[in-house]
Design a protein around this ligand. Structure first.
Ligand SMILES: Nc1ncnc2c1ncn2[C@@H]1O[C@H](COP(=O)(O)OP(=O)(O)OP(=O)(O)O)[C@@H](O)[C@H]1O
Length: 571
């Protein structure tokens, strides 16, 4: 477990961790010796002169004081290591997430990463701060007591020691039988958490569609799964917990019977027997807590394993000697790309010369958005190359690549902050005048004028306080401020109101001016203004030319537009 923690976090924590474990072990030994001091105390108290117990009682008091100090120090040390690990883990996870390919972030990751950043990291903290000390104490204190018992009366000591292998076997057995269920339980918990988020987010759609019952069903199923796996977890752990309790009770009874036998035979006195029984009882408590601590440690292990898996996910390789392109034409050279088993591009080639506009059209699922994603290196291609200014994007430094591309997606994400902060993300070092110029070019100024707090208006989480068209305008202002030579645009499919539509269109025209542009196009006027159009389907470019040429050809593109325009007209 500690090995896993150190692997996940890095070896810089090895030294403080070793120190903490050593301190906790010494504390546990002192705790065991403390109980051992009860033997002479009881011996003297039941002896001929009970006053002789005083020096031992004072010694006991001193030992309690030493133990208290050690306990304090080891708890503080555990807490310190835990919190510094938590901080380190946050940074490590944050740095790593920032380097993972953007394609890694599909919708299922949100739940995973948020669970990891909360439960996973707290598990790491918990191991050092809360679980390690009781775990070490539960193992070392009884062993120390047994050592004292052996020194005192080897027969009774050995009887107590007999518990050790049985306890070890039970612990191993419980760990093994619960491992699979623990992992499944974790999956189910995550799934249920995801369903709850989905259920909350989908409320407007569900209510509008009157399908709340069905969705409740999905959530119900997930919760029932959680309940089922919880029951299985209890089923897997219970035999171990019961066996542990029974073993401890059996050994205790054995010591009592053996002690009574030895006492009756005159081998040991009442005081000795009483002392041994007190020691045996002190052994039992920490041993019994082992099953509880073991369960918590196993839970922490599952979280740490998942964290480890994410941290081992390789970021896209960075070139040793990055190349900086001189110009900004873009090119797909015999690109083949798969999403899992789905072949999205099969040997696709296209070029967009500097300053030209390419519109990408095709049926749903044809790979239009993926084309933009490959240009921005969300993923690496499986064969062929994507080039910018003749340079393979894999040979470019990622930061450099991203600085040359402005992306406007359909779904705009805004951070919970002011409009100004959100626009400034495009270029954090821009002057106020530049930010305002970009906002006005994106027709965002009229939105700002309407809002009571103007520039300082808070957009809410995800931009919830703005309309879809207004969010688009913020995103266009961001892209304008960035002033990148390449623009990738995923045109909004949902219809905007006429005012927003005109404003968004105007902003986009300004954004595209003089830049190399690749647009996923859904509107006739976007396609008309493009220099060239490609029609994607079945992993290939099936038609290519200007809008007018393609319409004249009367092929797939013409059919596609006739159907879409008829649908728009009738809608
Ligand atoms: N993250 C992903 N994991 C697996 N498959 C994916 C992923 N993203 C997209 N796909 C698949 O790749 C194919 C192309 O998807 P893409 O989103 O590029 O299509 P599109 O032409 O933009 O579709 P639409 O017009 O509906 O947005 C689809 O079959 C889709 O199911």
């Amino acid at each position: 477990m500690i090995g896993l923690l150190l692997r996940v976090l890095g070896n810089e924590y090895a030294k403080p961790m070793r120190r903490t474990v050593a301190l906790m072990t010494v504390t546990a030994i002192v705790e065991g010796l403390l109980y051992a001091l009860l033997v002479p105390v009881l011996h003297k108290l039941f002896g001929s002169d009970p006053a002789e117990a005083w020096p031992y009682l004072l010694g006991f008091g001193g030992a309690v004081a030493v133990y208290a100090v050690l306990r304090y120090l080891s708890d503080v040390s555990g807490m310190r290591v835990g919190t510094s690990m938590l901080r380190g883990m946050y940074y490590k996870l944050g740095d790593h997430l920032a380097r993972l390919p953007l394609g890694w972030y599909d919708s299922t990751r949100v739940g995973d990463v948020s669970t990891m950043a909360s439960k996973g990291l707290l598990a790491a903290l918990g191991v050092a701060a809360h679980l390690l000390a009781p775990f070490i104490s539960a193992l070392v204190t009884p062993l120390t007591i047994v050592a004292v018992m052996i020194a005192y009366d080897w027969r009774l000591g050995l009887a107590a020691l007999a518990a050790a292998p049985v306890v070890a076997v039970i612990q191993k057995w419980t760990a093994r039988s619960s491992a699979a269920v623990d992992a499944e339980r974790h999956e189910r918990d995550n799934e249920a958490a995801g369903r709850v988020i989905e259920f909350i987010q989908a409320q407007p759609v569900l209510r509008a569609g009157g399908r709340t019952g069905e969705r409740f069903g999905l959530l119900d199923n997930a919760l029932q799964d959680v309940e089922r796996t919880s029951r299985r977890t209890v089923g897997a752990v219970l035999p171990g917990a019961v066996s542990l309790t029974v073993t401890v009770q059996v050994v205790f009874t054995l010591i009592m019977v053996l002690g009574t036998y030895l006492g009756l035979g005159g081998d040991i006195g009442v005081a000795e027997l009483l002392s041994i029984l007190v020691l045996a009882a002190r052994c039992a408590d920490p041993l019994l807590s082992l099953s509880d601590i073991g369960g918590k440690l196993r839970g922490a292990r599952v979280e740490l394993d998942r964290l480890d898996t994410v941290l081992r996910t390789a970021p896209l390789p960075e070139p040793a000697e990055p190349v900086r392109p001189e110009s900004h034409g873009v090119e797909f050279d015999s690109v083949t790309f798969k999403h899992g088993d789905r072949l999205v591009f099969d040997d696709v080639s296209l070029t967009v010369p500097v300053g030209q506009r390419l519109a990408v059209v095709g049926p749903s699922g044809a790979g239009k958005s993926t084309l933009l994603q490959l240009l921005a290196r969300f993923y690496d291609v499986d064969a062929g190359a994507v080039r910018i200014g003749g340079v393979d994007v894999r040979s470019m430094d990622t930061e450099d690549l991203m600085s040359r591309i402005a992306i406007v997606f359909q779904d705009v994400y805004l951070f919970d902050g002011t409009i100004e902060q959100n626009v400034r993300l495009g270029r954090p070092d821009a002057t106020d005048a530049e930010v305002r110029a970009a906002a006005s070019a994106a027709r965002l100024d009229e939105v700002i004028d309407r809002l009571p707090d103007g520039w300082a208006a808070d957009v809410g989480e995800g931009g919830a306080r703005l309309s879809g068209g207004e969010r688009q305008r913020v995103s266009i202002a961001r892209a304008l401020l960035k002033d990148a030579p390449i623009v990738l645009l995923d045109e909004v499919t949902s219809s905007l109101d006429p005012v927003n539509e005109a404003a968004v269109h105007e902003g986009i025209e300004r954004l595209m001016a003089g830049r190399t542009v690749v647009t996923v196009a859904h509107r006739m006027r976007t396609v008309r203004r493009a220099d060239r159009v490609v029609f994607l389907d079945g992993g290939k470019i099936v038609e290519e030319g200007s809008h007018d040429e393609l319409l004249l050809q009367g092929g797939r593109y013409a059919d596609f537009w006739n159907i879409s325009t008829a649908a728009t007209a009738s809608g």
